[in-house]
Design a protein around this ligand. Sequence first.
Ligand code: GTR
Length: 325
Amino acid sequence: MMPRTPWRCFAIACLLLVGATGHAQTKLRAWNIHPDGYPVTEAMKRFASLVAQGTQGRYQVEIFSNATLGDQPKAVQMLKSGEIDLAEFSSGPLSDAAPGLKALNLPFLFTDSAHMFKHLDGKLGERFAAKLQAAGFVVLGWYDGGGRSFYCVNRPLNSFKDLAGARIRVQQSEVYLEMVKLLDATPVALPFKEVMGALEKGDVDCAENNMPSFESTGHYKVAKSVYVTNHVISPEALVVSTKLWASLSAADKTAFSKAGAESAALMRELWNKRVASAIETASKQGVQFVRLKDPAPMVRRMSPLYGKYMNDPSTREELLSIISN
Ligand code: GTR
């Protein structure tokens, strides 16, 4: 009988593993910024289980939540280079890697999530997905980032003019930086996980986000005035790297796409419930919500942005088709 050298033991173990499942298993690393229970996280879990099911266990998605693998701009680069396989990104940071997406970050472009999905679930979504694919990201589902609003510590907000002079945290994303400057305020680009500390220490006066993130991060505990502007209705996307995509068989691509679509449907459903419960939690803690009644003056203030991106050939066509529908 042959002696059992270490390499032989390894080979036997591999054969046994393949024999037990009928095939080898590939582990995929998925990046996520949110905590457990958040709509994005729960939808990604559903995606992972559907992928396992649809590929008879050959692909196992491991979700690294809470940005433990790094902040969003870093993860965008990691996915582009194939260092991680999958992620859920907001269109803000994603648009720095795929500039055509900047159109999606323009303020007051969509009236609400239904209007946004009317476009993203149709021809326009396909066009954005093609731009993303050329940049290294394959879209498997459009998730909801809802309406983003401004909120501040010790600064009552009754008009966008009350934001003048404030230091406002934004995502690392060009349009967001430009938007805050047009409000005569100072944009401070900070990673998501550092915003709470910055609000507490007074490094920034304000931030802007959707209500589920305002609540899940605990920002509502210090920022007691919210100006409900919904200035950006922001799409998010579940994406895989083009490297992973190229390695999948046609049948596995179908299984991944189906899992992506189902996870997006779940996400959107969970999202609406979470918006309502986030507002309720914050209201109970004394947060004051003031609604922007007439967006026209704020829209006028943003006009240099519309001019800039309408003249930009990478965003012009998409903007025209959104505006005309
Ligand atoms: C959240 C979004 C995150 C991240 C964050 C931020 O609403 O889901 O992906 O973009 O906002 O402001 O950094």
